[in-house]
Design a protein around this ligand. Structure first.
Ligand code: AMP
Length: 308
């Protein structure tokens, strides 16, 4: 595996391989790798000649400075894991490599086409980023509502990474289902020549969705966090048997989570899998729905979702 920190080296290296006709699979990550990330890499390895992973903790998608500061960073260990999984290229840039100060915008420049963040290293929610990508209200609900600017920051970094790597296929986890939907939308509207491949959520033996943030959980929080997935599963059962209306179901979930002293519910929604708009009642069985949940376990924010 080769490791690059600059865009130039990465582009040059990949250009040579592309000229040889090799296909490129890409797995963008923020590091602190776990088996969920590796499952994406293995899928990419099976479907492409060359696999590129990136590790970049993107400041633009953090709306909370503390969250950014405490995000786990384990680059040396991550590189070992990637090597073991037969990754070919690791791209691990610095923030200034990804976001050099851009020249002042010219009249008529649009962030929709340039994807440029403003100078310095602004956080998600900065005014300049708001509305940069038209995400058709996909970013107005759930994570978007609770983390202002988050998805604009995600789009800026993913677009930039796609322009650097120019992959044939890119792999995203259903664990972040709203992100996956938004990336698909961005790629479609900007007509980017990359196929987005969704990958299933990997879980710990007790059901907790694997996440880099799980390493930040205290012992009590970790012990109680599996209640999140258990509650999602139970809510699916209730949704299917129709004994509870949506309002009751939401109340029941709120009770389940918040009666646990280590967990606090941020939101629970049943939403249309395509538009991500929360449903207001039991729709016809033909509408494909998913349940989405965000829970605070102490200071750590955990998200999960399942098909309903
Ligand atoms: P992150 O490093 O958290 O930005 O995640 C990088 C990629 O891995 C994203 O596409 C995530 O959706 C995906 N991912 C994170 N956790 C899991 C998981 N438990 N199972 C499958 N994919 C995951």
């Amino acid at each position: 595996m080769v490791i690059f920190s600059t865009i130039k080296e990465t582009k040059n290296f990949l250009l040579r391989l592309k000229k040889e006709g090799k296909t490129i699979g890409f797995v963008p990550t923020m590091g602190a790798l776990h088996a969920g990330h590796i499952s994406l890499l293995e899928r990419a390895k099976n479907e492409n000649d060359i696999v590129v992973a990136s590790i970049f903790v993107n400041p633009l998608q953090f709306n909370d400075k503390k969250d950014l500061e405490k995000y786990p960073r384990t680059l040396a260990k991550d590189a070992e894991k990637l090597k073991l999984a037969h990754c070919d290229v690791l791209f691990a840039p610095t923030s200034t490599e990804m976001y050099p100060s851009p020249p002042p915008p010219k009249k008529g420049d649009s962030a929709l086409t340039s994807g440029s963040p403003p100078s310095g290293l602004p956080e998600a929610g900065s005014v300049a980023l708001e509305g940069a990508f038209d995400l058709d209200n996909l970013d107005k609900v759930m994570e978007g509502q609770h983390r202002p600017g988050h998805f604009q920051g995600v789009c800026v970094v993913v677009k930039r990474l796609f322009e650097i790597i120019e992959p044939d296929k890119a792999y995203f986890g259903e664990k972040d289902f709203q992100q996956l939907t938004i990336i698909r939308h961005m790629v479609k509207t900007l007509r980017m020549p990359v196929k987005i491949v969704p990958c299933p959520t990997l879980r710990e033996a007790d059901g907790l969705a694997m996440s880099s943030r799980n390493t930040l959980l205290g012992p009590d929080e970790r012990k109680n966090a599996p209640l999140i997935y258990a509650t999602l599963q139970k809510s699916k059962e209730e949704w299917k048997n129709g004994r509870m209306g949506l309002h009751e179901l939401k109340k029941w979930v709120e009770n389940q989570i918040s009666s646990n002293p280590f967990l606090k519910l941020e939101y629970f929604e049943v939403a249309d899998s395509e538009t991500l708009q929360p449903v207001t009642d039991h729709r016809s069985p033909d509408v494909d729905c998913r349940a989405f949940i965000a829970v605070k376990a102490g200071a750590v924010r955990l998200i999960d979702n399942i098909p309903m």
